[in-house]
Design a protein around this ligand. Structure first.
Ligand code: WQD
Length: 333
């Protein structure tokens, strides 16, 4: 039996494939390289010493996906395919809703037709909108997303809830990621944003290596300990491991729809991150204070207790390791 991983050449997908192979699972990857590179597949093989099946196709293509299910014995699907750039989603809502929402609907339809009903979905802390309570638990209110990317995650969560209600032989885990950073310790896979990065850590590493001049810190008048935005940064390898725990949960528990936060439960500000990065790498990160970025909130961090109690999962890598591994990846390229 194999695990089908859509978007398996992407940032979080590739790290999760490594963990799946490390735990001796058979893997089938579907990716069209719309936001990733073929070299990633070789890197995964190098890291794990293991092989997998690969299809260069669009995950939302029903006919081609049906063939993948017919040609392989698929046990469960992990869905990492999807567009993820917040700013771009505001410019291209049709593309985002088509790829993320319609794409997932097509995938679920093909799964149903092939009687495969184990599904792990990559959601995001962004579904909580502006959180009313910190730390955020899974039963906090969702909604109030401020861009089509976030809304696409919210819509898919609702679709999955409706699907489960209609047929509770489905086994679904929704994982709400907080802010993934870092890279595999080998430095062979990591985050590869196209163009100028929007997210904090990809920007910081490019300032440190001189590709970009200085970091703009978006706002220093937030209601936080130093005025800059606070987030829950989680090492991508910890996040990847959370998917193994999610699969084990489905193997043990079976039918149900389960929702978990994947975060560390710790909040760090932008300036905390700059300081930690400088200390753990010895590199300087020049920065200036800039105006707030539209749509940003002051504080967002998780209460990860539910994942600990029900999945037996906790994030193990600290901020120092996250900074080191982010830096190692950009240097090795
Ligand atoms: C973190 C903090 C910024 C860049 C977004 C999405 C979320 C998820 C991850 C995934 C904030 C500040 C940033 C910079 C800065 N999406 N910052 N200067 O906004 O928490 O989450 O990415 O694919 O759904 O909403 O992450 O890394 O962009 O920002 O000061 O150049 O860093 O204001 O406080 P965010 P981020």
């Amino acid at each position: 039996m194999s695990i089908l991983v859509t978007g398996g050449a992407g940032y979080i997908g590739s790290h999760t494939v490594v963990e799946l192979l490390n735990t001796n699972r058979e893997v089938v990857i579907v990716d069209d390289f719309s936001n990733s590179k073929p070299e990633v597949l070789d890197a995964i093989k190098k890291i794990t010493g293991k092989d997998f099946k690969f299809y260069n196709i669009d995950y939302s293509d029903k006919e081609k996906m049906d063939k993948v299910f017919k040609e392989n014995k698929i046990d469960a699907v992990l869905n990492f395919a999807g567009y993820k750039a917040v700013g771009e989603s505001v410019q291209k809502p049709i593309e985002y809703y088509t790829n993320n929402v319609a794409g997932t609907l097509n995938l679920l339809d093909v799964m149903r037709n092939n009687n495969v009903k184990k599904f792990v979905f990559s959601s995001s802390a962004t579904v909580y909108g502006k959180p009313e309570v910190i730390p955020i638990t899974e039963d906090c209110k969702t909604g109030g997303t401020t861009n089509p990317y976030g809304t696409s995650k919210l819509f898919i969560e609702q679709i999955l809830k409706d699907l489960y209600k209609s047929d509770n032989s489905w086994e679904i885990v929704i994982l709400r990621y907080f802010n993934p950073i870092g890279a595999h310790e080998s430095g062979l896979i990591g985050e590869e944003p196209q163009g100028i990065p929007n997210n904090l850590m990809p920007y910081i590493v490019r300032v440190a290596n001189g590709t970009l001049k200085e970091l703009s810190v978006f706002g220093n008048d937030y209601n936080t300990h130093d005025g800059t935005g606070v987030r829950d940064y989680i090492h991508v390898v910890d996040l990847a491991k959370g998917h193994i725990n999610a699969l084990e949960k489905l193997e043990k528990e079976g039918q149900g729809l389960y929702i978990y936060n994947l975060g560390t439960g710790k909040g760090y500000s932008v300036l905390d991150i700059v300081k930690a990065f400088e200390e753990s790498t010895g590199m300087k990160v020049p920065y200036k204070i800039a105006p707030r970025r539209e749509g940003d909130i002051d504080i967002c961090y998780s209460d990860p207790t539910k994942a600990k109690e029900e999945l037996g999962w906790v994030a193990e890598k600290d901020l120092n390791q996250m900074c080191k591994d982010s830096w190692n990846y950009i240097n090795k390229k």
